[in-house]
Design a protein around this ligand. Structure first.
Ligand SMILES: CCCCC/C=C\CCCC/C=C/C(=O)SCCNC(=O)CCNC(=O)[C@H](O)C(C)(C)COP(=O)(O)OP(=O)(O)OC[C@H]1O[C@@H](n2cnc3c(N)ncnc32)[C@H](O)[C@@H]1OP(=O)(O)O
Length: 306
């Protein structure tokens, strides 16, 4: 297995990781021949519709800034774009870390786009759910250091994105909330959402949190370990980059193998049940009672505004 350490290509044997180290191998072998030449975007932002991605050549850190108005909801298009960007960065030897943040000063991400789950065909629902899975697999299984700079509220799928990172820094603002609130919408967080939360805050806190669909203020999120640090809003990016440099001081190969060892069982669980998870989602979301709940929730969101 090939790993990269400070620009050197190291070779080791073994089968430690599925999603982690295998994709690293992919990175070290394919990037040279199949990716567009790195110099085509190195050091410059490459802008997409729903996010900007800026890789700093000097530090090896990329910033993905989500910018889908109004609230960074995770639509099929957004998720597809996100997975492509993660794949590009993963295969770029220069990139060792990613900071995920939002251009909206109040909202990190509103979670899955509810419109993608309401009134859609089973085919569309299946395609959407595969894209949600892919986003999580890419983020949770990344070899890069991933830091969420949570500069606003982050319900449900937004919280999942943060949970999939290695470290979470949240803006210290009592108005911001984060959590897996699915039950409040009458839906159920799938097993890999639940696993992601257990791996961060533990089983008891997750059970409490999921059953009640709790959203935590920034300070309560810190208390239960859902986020690692609170920082003033205007310092969040500087702080995230400084934490990143601490993580990048660890040799990549050692950190990556350790990360993979910790995360492989959780990743494998989804990878081996991927198709049945999609089928479960499609069956569940197609039920009249669930569609009714989503309709009421969408109406409530619109009314709240007026
Ligand atoms: C047993 C087997 C189980 C198998 C699997 C089964 C089930 C599937 C599980 C699915 C897991 C779901 C995960 C999710 O992520 S569901 C989404 C959860 N998200 C939320 O509940 C957030 C709802 N939104 C809010 O709380 C707020 O909008 C806010 C994000 C805090 C922002 O507040 P504010 O700045 O005041 O903005 P507005 O509320 O005025 O919203 C602006 C417009 O954005 C629309 N909006 C908001 N969130 C969403 C969303 N998630 N999707 C789509 N659209 C959204 C909102 O309606 C406003 O639209 P308008 O301008 O047209 O009125």
């Amino acid at each position: 297995m090939a790993v990269l350490l400070n620009g050197l290509r190291l070779v080791s044997s073994g089968n430690l990781s599925l999603h982690g180290i295998k994709s690293l191998q992919y990175k070290s072998t394919r990037i040279l021949c199949q990716l567009p030449c790195k110099s085509s975007y190195q050091g410059r932002p490459f802008s997409n519709k729903n996010m900007t991605v800026e890789l700093d050549n000097n530090t090896g850190v990329a910033v993905i800034q989500m910018k889908k108005p109004p609230v960074n909801s995770l639509s099929l298009e957004f998720l597809t774009e996100f997975a492509i960007n993660m794949e590009k960065l993963e295969m770029d030897r220069e990139c060792r870390g990613v900071v995920l943040t939002s251009s909206n000063p109040k909202i990190f991400s509103a979670g899955l786009d509810i419109n993608e789950m309401y009134g859609k065909t089973p085919e569309h629902s299946g395609e959407f759910w595969r894209a949600v899975q892919e986003m999580w697999l890419k983020l949770y299984g990344s070899n890069m250091v991933t830091i969420a700079a949570i500069n606003g509220s982050s319900p449900a799928g937004g919280c999942l994105m943060a949970l999939a990172c290695d470290y979470r820094i949240m803006a210290d603002n009592p108005k911001y909330a984060i959590g897996l609130n699915e039950t409040k919408l009458g839906i159920v967080a799938p097993f890999w959402f639940k696993d992601s939360m257990i791996n961060v805050i533990g089983r008891r806190a997750t059970e409490h949190s999921l059953q009640l669909g709790l959203m935590y203020s920034a300070s309560n999120a810190l208390k239960i370990g859902l986020v690692d640090q609170l920082v003033a809003q205007d310092k969040i990016m500087t702080h995230a980059l400084s934490v990143m440099s601490e993580w990048l001081a660890i040799p990549d190969h050692a950190r990556q193998i350790t990360k993979s060892m910790m995360r492989k069982p959780t990743l494998d669980r989804l990878l081996t049940n991927r198709e049945s998870d999609i089928q479960n989602f499609v069956n569940f979301i197609s039920k009249d009672s669930i569609q009714k709940s989503l309709q009421l929730y969408l109406e409530m969101l619109k009314q709240r505004k007026s």
